[in-house]
Design a protein around this ligand. Sequence first.
Ligand code: BES
Ligand code: ZN
Length: 878
Amino acid sequence: MSASTATPVTRLADYRAPEFLIEKTHLTFELHEGYTDVSSRLTIVRNPKNTKTNDLALHGEQLELHSLAIDERSLDSGDYQLTPQNLTIYNVPERFVLHCSVRIYPEKNTALEGLYCSSGMYCTQCEAEGFRKITYYLDRPDVMSEFETVIIAREGAFSTMLSNGNCLSDTVHDGKRVVHWHDPFKKPSYLFALVADNLACLEDHFTTQSGRDVLLQIYTEAKDREKCHFAMQSLKRAMRWDEETYGREYDLDRFMIVAVDDFNMGAMENKGLNIFNTSCVLAHPASTTDAAFQRVEGVIAHEYFHNWSGNRVTCRDWFQLSLKEGLTVYRDSEFSADMNSRAVKRIEDVNLLRSVQFVEDAGPMAHPVRPDSYMEISNFYTVTIYEKGAEVVRMLANILGPKLYRLATDLYFSRFDGQAVTCDDFVQCMEEISGRDLSQFRLWYSQAGTPELHISDHYDADRQQYSLTLRQHVPATPGQTEKKLMHIPVKMALYGNQGTLNLVIDGQNKGTEIVLDICQEQQTIVFEQVVEQPVPSLLRSFSAPVRVFYDYQLDQLQKLILLDSDGFCRWDAMQSLMRIVLSKAIDGKGYQAEQTVLIKVLRQLLADYAAMDAALLAYMLDLPNEPYLASLYEKANPVTISRVRTQLQHELATQLQTELLNCYQSLQSSAIGLSAQAMAARSLRNRTLAYLLQIDDARYRGLAQQQFSQAENMTDQFAALRALVHAEHAHTEAQTALQSFYQQWQHESLVVNMWFQVQASRPWGDVLQEVRRLLQHEAFDARNPNKLRAVIAAFANQNFTRFHDSSGNAYQFLAEQIAGIDQRNPQIASRLLTPLTHWHRFVDKHACLMRKALESLSQHELSKDVYEVVSKSLNKAH
Ligand code: BES
Ligand code: ZN
């Protein structure tokens, strides 16, 4: 099933420092129609810390070698060896200049890694190991070099010719334009970038805290220039925030962002020249939803923050990926929390963690935040590295507290500036500054799996004592059967009838909120002077990425939903209440009493919606999603889960009709503009609309139609479209709306993607047939990753109900599609595969059909990327 040869595994334990270093890298790109010639001049020295061999082994793939010389002396075939992955030069001197020229074919590059073309634009994507598709090099992050880049093209071919750093010169000779760039900061090859095209540019300036002026530029196609203002404002907010929060100032005189249509990921932090998927930078109220606006702000901040957490201080090897990604996700999520609603940001992050990361962590692809081995590093840009990695940094920040955490990051950035380091180096700084022993905490980096906390309590009224007992358990994961005990910080409070209680332990008053450091298998904490039976508010603000098991009574949950001062906990208590109703129904048990309580408390919240944060209430109305519900079962039946969830949605809509309609109508006027308040109002209002459309009533369909045609922003227009398309009895109205939406937006590629996505995620009918039809649509383009995500990933990841249709046809369809996509773009193919890797979580019937699809895929010639995921997910014993 692999590309014939056995796929090698790279192991952390085999890490060796590089034997050679590259002091200077001088690159010349001659862009021609159909091919590009790349010549390099590398100043190479032996690494004084590690000299064993006289042979220099460079990385290089899919390169056509044209010439090779050391210190001006041409090499002949006896001086070196070429394999599909390496160029090894025998017996090189201590210090020398290597000249090399290769030819590459960007126009034919469909993998979108290395130098490629995207609708006429030449651009690069080098992380993690893409630079080796540009020239022979030591393509590893611990080899940092000073880069100079010369770009040559026919005069008039491109108005925009960019690379990292500062532009030294821009001249024309003999009908050729020659642009010369220099990046004064040493960097690994994965941060290299080049762009050539005819682009418009939005410019602005930023004055740093030390008074330097920085030129800010966002490059796009001319038609999109006006959609860059929001990204520009976001960038300035991010720059200011990083100065204020981390004391980090931007270092170059110029910061550039380029928007590109065809991009495998969201965006990339190349030094001084970030490259963005258009979906993560373009934004305009008429064509962009509020959620997409917030995504743009978050991604702009994320890539900007990498300038320190990733570029100035980078990773020693790719096993340390979370060093930059986990830290940067934590940084961007705190930024977003500061810009918008903190509670809502926390809810979004925890939702993702629970419904995606916990699932990964419980399956055949489970791996630690710092993995031990990989076949293809591209497969390790996972929710575990990113989201769990960010939670680990968050725990460290909370353990140290704001003052010490800031001192520790200051130490980290100054001590390791210009170096390639490890996760351990980061923790070491936290340890030194706090004086705490974090050796047990370090297990968060090496141990996979989601820890479980089983909590029980006892109230002794006579003694006025309340005791909590917490027992931890870390489930086994592939390759890690024996788990060690972890250090789990559990933030908590106790609620009495009048609100929070003072927490008295061993005669000491600890205030109303404390963090318990759970480090042993079982710990009991006794609270004294507790005059009434309290309600525990546990894992406040989700203080650790664990699953909590505590048997809440209905009235306890009700109390937390209405009273808890931690917005996240209110939402979480609501999720628990909803989960109780849903799991009783799924298990075929009676759930009337529970449902009655749920409806009562929802009614209370809706009736008094103005009393709370509308954005928070909007989230509180959402039922737990299907993947999360499935994850609660050893073997889940996806059909039952979907049916029960849909039924409850319908029941809630019916019972709460009056309150929902009232809320919908009263919020109309407050939902105008782009303020956080207006966005919150829209999100609540559109939630209520979606609920109302569950009811088969022409009045509600009329409301949605009216909102659809009168909307002044994309959030409202799209929410109405979605409500119509996803409501089973609104078929006729939905068809009309879909047609007019396409008519209106067919020339806005990103909006067309939403049009694809809303159809692919429709939870009823023969969606597979629709999806096949969409793949033939004039606007579909199988080479564009955003289009693949809008149709295929939307169907497989956002349409639990139809994807898990009991025929198994959707599984087979996905496998067929992946086999085709893998020929062109292995990274995208491998990512699309994720839903099938969850087969072991489902009842046998579905599990077998999912396995069958994986097996049929394994009959094809596969890329390393897809091979690794298919083989690992099939090998899981169960
Ligand atoms: N460095 C990554 C981009 C990347 C990912 C390059 C995988 C190569 C392989 C970038 O910083 C990143 O993490 N981007 C995220 C968005 C971010 C907001 C989490 C992405 O592209 O999804
Ligand atoms: Zn990143």
